[in-house]
Design a binder for this molecule. Structure first.
Ligand SMILES: Nc1ncnc2c1ncn2[C@@H]1O[C@H](COP(=O)(O)OP(=O)(O)OP(=O)(O)O)[C@@H](O)[C@H]1O
Length: 248
């Protein structure tokens, strides 16, 4: 279970907080989409969960263990159950697909091993299986820079699978993909969520995609939750709260 209490973040030099006290509980096995206008605080929320962005105040707990306020060593250990995918994939483009996927195990092994390519046979086997799972086994030896955006995101998902996460965070994971590919990638994430009981929290720009794949939608505006419910209740009034018109 993901428990967020009073999460607050104001970036230096900004007049308004990016997060103005978020309280949110995500139950195990839920798939949640976070919607909101540009600047609503979606990325900040996702990134504060695993402290890629350091919140100013509030608590984040994953499976009963605190992520906020713990020292870096302990944070690294607790983050192992939390995978993350990004809009721009965060892969190593000059390395092969397989090396990128294997790098998903970096967190759990001594630093010298990946440096010397000394991956254990079971990790190589797991990488092969993860690539199979995302349908890219045939591209294992290709360099990532030779792949399309959709293929790159599938590599990033395979890398995250190596980590065997229980929670998957996605910071606009389909925003740089064309609509058809975005739909496929989200369908794929939803499948993993169903098959493996993965808890998923993604921020999305596309209301239709959120409606299609997320049984629970969180709407953010001005760093506050202004909607929390199923897609079926996301009516015009709720949408107007999530996407308020400009004041000028
Ligand atoms: N590194 C930063 N430094 C200063 N201000 C920031 C920084 N990152 C975000 N902000 C500000 O915090 C607020 C929330 O930004 P955030 O990126 O979380 O919103 P978002 O909903 O993810 O937007 P988008 O959909 O455009 O990515 C915005 O006002 C933004 O300008």
């Amino acid at each position: 279970m993901l428990e967020i209490q009073g999460l607050t973040k104001q970036y230096p030099g900004e007049s308004e907080p990016a997060l103005a006290g978020i309280d949110l509980t995500v139950r195990p096995g839920e798939l949640v989409a976070v919607l909101g206008r540009s600047g609503a605080g979606k990325s900040t929320l996702i990134r504060c969960i695993n402290r890629l962005v350091e919140p100013d105040a509030g608590k984040v707990r994953w499976n009963g263990r605190e992520l906020t306020g713990v020292p870096p060593g302990l944070l690294r250990e607790r983050r192992r159950e939390i995978g993350m995918i990004f809009q721009h994939f965060h892969l190593l483009p000059r390395l092969t697909v397989k090396m990128n996927v294997l790098s998903g195990r970096f967190a759990a092994m001594p630093l010298w091993r990946p440096l010397f390519g000394a991956f254990a046979p079971e990790h190589r086997k797991a990488a092969g299986e993860a690539l199979q799972r995302v349908g890219l086994a045939h591209l294992a030896s290709r360099r990532v820079e030779e792949l399309s955006g959709g293929q790159r995101q599938r590599v990033a998902i395979a890398r995250v699978l190596m980590q065997q996460p229980e929670l998957l965070l996605g910071d606009e994971p389909v925003s740089s993909l064309d609509p058809v590919t975005a739909d496929r990638i989200l369908g794929f994430i939803a499948e993993l969520h169903r098959e493996q009981g993965l808890t998923v929290v993604l921020n999305l720009h596309d209301v239709a995609l959120a409606r299609r794949y997320a049984p629970r939608i969180i709407g953010l505006s001005g760093g506050r939750i202004v909607y929390d419910g199923p897609p079926g209740e996301l009516n015009d009034e709720a949408l107007a709260r999530i996407y308020p018109p400009d004041q000028d």
